[in-house]
Design a protein around this ligand. Structure first.
Ligand code: SAH
Length: 292
């Protein structure tokens, strides 16, 4: 093995050259910033940070990421802060259009993946309707990468062949009304919920009424991938009560289903600190190392 230094040699190709895309004046790139850990940014995101004249970022973007921006870049915050209401989506889109029309290279940086419950689709549509050229840079979504940091695989052959990503509220802020709860309860062994802490009591109750086992395991991961990540292991019936009694801080992702048990074996972050796995076979089906 070579020394680790060999991997961080400074003679890597400059990202904006050699076929890497150039952020041109008047363009807007909608870029996913991942769930928090800056190491989960994509190289395209880093490339965008280096080139942008203006960066418009959201509340869920880890501010460490902004340290990689071009030092001359203007940085604008477009999230909710200090109890003030979030800026209207329309105002954010209009601001992006204004910046692009002023000839700026605009980076719109959003938490996770811009097209997963992040209104990225709406922003992109408004830009295209205004004739602004765009590029989309996907990111690691909290509902996949965030759970992976808690040692939870969103799919596992012994548990599920499907996973449902669910928003905990609809555009009115209420628990989602257009959801076919029976369909979800019957059809998806694993349910990953974003923005669902507020309406968790109602959602859990709907899933149980639709036939989900009240004792089904649930994991709630707050500040996933960040230094202050917290994980609560509970059950569908107790999830809302346990969450209310905990000191978990938003944002939180909620995973319902037996894949959450895999954490007992795959909590790699604890293992890195020398804590042994609690259970090598949490699903009770793979006592031996199995190559099949
Ligand atoms: N586009 C984002 C999701 C935006 S919706 C993505 O792909 O991840 C906002 C919700 O995402 C939060 O309410 C929370 O449910 C979830 N979320 C985002 N970042 C998170 C994090 N670091 N830890 C836990 N949940 C997170």
């Amino acid at each position: 093995m070579t020394d680790n230094q060999d991997y961080i040699k400074p003679d890597l190709p400059a990202l904006a050259k050699d076929g890497w895309p150039t952020l041109e004046k008047g363009w807007v790139w909608l870029v996913g910033g991942g769930p928090g850990d800056p190491g989960l940014l994509t190289l395209h995101a880093l490339n965008a940070l280096r080139q942008a004249d203006v960066i418009v970022y959201d509340a869920l973007v880890d501010e460490h990421i902004l340290q990689w921006a071009n030092p001359a870049a203007e940085i604008e915050y477009a999230g909710k802060r200090g109890g003030k209401p979030s800026p209207l989506q329309r105002d954010i889109s209009m601001r992006l259009i204004e910046l692009a029309r002023a000839g700026k290279r605009v980076l719109r940086l959003k938490g996770g993946d811009p097209f997963v419950f992040g209104r990225g689709g709406e922003e992109a549509q408004t830009l295209v309707q205004a004739g602004i050229p765009i590029r989309i840079v996907p990111g690691i979504s909290a509902g996949i990468g965030g759970l992976a940091y808690a040692g939870i695989p969103v799919t596992h052959r012994d548990v599920n062949q499907a996973v449902t990503f669910l928003s905990g509220h609809d555009r009115t802020g209420l628990a989602p009304s257009a959801i076919n709860w029976q369909g979800i309860a019957d059809g998806s062994q694993v349910i990953v919920m974003y923005m669902a802490m507020k309406h968790l009591p109602e959602i859990a109750e709907k899933l149980i009424s639709a036939g989900r086992d009240p004792h089904e395991p649930v994991a709630i991961v707050s500040n996933a991938t960040q230094a202050d990540m917290r994980i609560l292991e509970t059950s569908l019936i107790d999830a809302a009560k346990d969450a209310a009694q905990s000191d978990m801080k938003p944002p939180s992702i909620i995973c319902i289903g037996k894949v959450t048990l895999m954490r007992q074996c795959l909590d790699w972050m604890s293992q890195a600190q020398g804590i042994a796995p609690r259970n090598l076979d949490p699903l009770g089906v793979r006592a031996q190392a199995d190559s099949a």
